[in-house]
Ligand binder design. Structure first.
Ligand code: AMP
Length: 293
């Protein structure tokens, strides 16, 4: 496994590796962008990339552009040594590990901004977040030029936003959406889970429980108003005294529009998405429901 910090060296290394491939059976380059502090969720993306590609590139970069001024950029967890060990074990070929100065050598004058679907959910609570995400993902895709890039549905809005960007800007890459990995007790894996106290960690289980409740609720209601489903999910979360709800929303996926009333037999894909703070730690989770089939 090679660990590369410079864009120029990454490009020449990839050129060299690609020229040695011959007639590749799989996609030549699979790319997994992350902010590090790797967990099983990240490793599942690497596994998907490993199965689909000849060369797997993992990036680890905590992107300052996607954090607001009052957010947790400074305390975002980092452990590069451990990350590199896990990446090597998972079969990564190249880790791209740039410094902030390599990615942003001067003031950022060009940004990529997707409108509409970025003004709801996390985009409403974190105003600069998605411009930061699309700008860094566009840069990383230009640098790595992968055939496939792997993203987790844990950040389902991010998958929708990045897919929209790739479509609108005719970027030559397949965006592959991968399922959410959870701890055995249901908590969605996240680098931020380490910040939870024992009691917060225990109460945070209400999130996955509320999404399970949503899945059961739609099985019992063939026709319903999205607002009623939202109310049912919210009621479960409010059972946890430490849960401080940022949002609970029911929207269509991937367009992220407010759904009309859901009717029996009319196909629709909905996302139940939530962001909830436990102490200083903001957690997100979601489930995607395919209805009417
Ligand atoms: P992050 O390092 O948090 O920016 O995440 C990097 C990638 O890993 C993103 O595409 C995330 O959606 C994905 N990811 C994070 N947590 C999970 C999880 N629990 N299951 C699946 N993918 C995840």
């Amino acid at each position: 496994m090679e660990v590369i910090q410079s864009i120029a060296l990454l490009r020449s290394t990839l050129e060299q590796k690609k020229s040695g491939l011959g007639a590749a059976l799989k996609a030549p380059v699979g790319f997994v962008p992350t902010m590090g502090y790797l967990h099983e969720g990240h490793l599942s993306l690497i596994k998907a990339a490993r199965e689909a590609s000849e060369i797997v590139v993992l990036s680890i970069f905590v992107n300052p552009l996607q954090f607001g001024p009052t957010e947790d950029l400074d305390r975002y967890p980092r452990d590069t040594e451990r990350d590199l060990k896990l990446a090597e074990e998972a079969g990564v070929d190249i880790v791209f590990l740039p410094q902030v100065e390599e990615m942003y050598p001067g003031p950022v004058k060009t940004t990529v901004s997707v409108s509409g679907i970025t003004s709801v959910l996390c985009g409403a609570s974190r105003p600069v977040h998605f411009d930061g995400v699309t700008t860094v993902v566009a840069k990383l895709l230009n640098i790595v030029q992968p055939d496939k890039a792997f993203f987790g549905l844990k950040d389902a809005q991010q998958v929708a936003v990045v897919s929209q960007m790739v479509q609108d800007l005719n970027m030559n890459v397949d965006i592959v959406a991968c399922p959410i990995l959870r701890e055995e007790d249901g908590l969605a894996m996240s680098s931020r889970n380490v910040f939870l106290s024992e009691e917060e960690r225990r109460q945070a289980l209400v999130l996955s429980r509320s999404l399970k409740a949503a899945e059961a609720w739609v099985r019992e209601h063939v026709a319903f108003r999205a607002e009623d489903l939202r109310g049912a999910v919210k009621a479960v979360i409010e059972e946890a005294p430490l849960a401080d709800i940022d949002y609970v929303e029911v929207l269509t996926y991937p367009k992220l529009e407010r759904p009309e009333a859901v009717e029996a037999g009319v196909p629709v894909q909905l996302i139940v998405a939530l962001a909830v703070k436990f102490g200083a730690t903001r957690l997100i989770d979601n489930t995607i429901l395919t209805l009417g089939k």
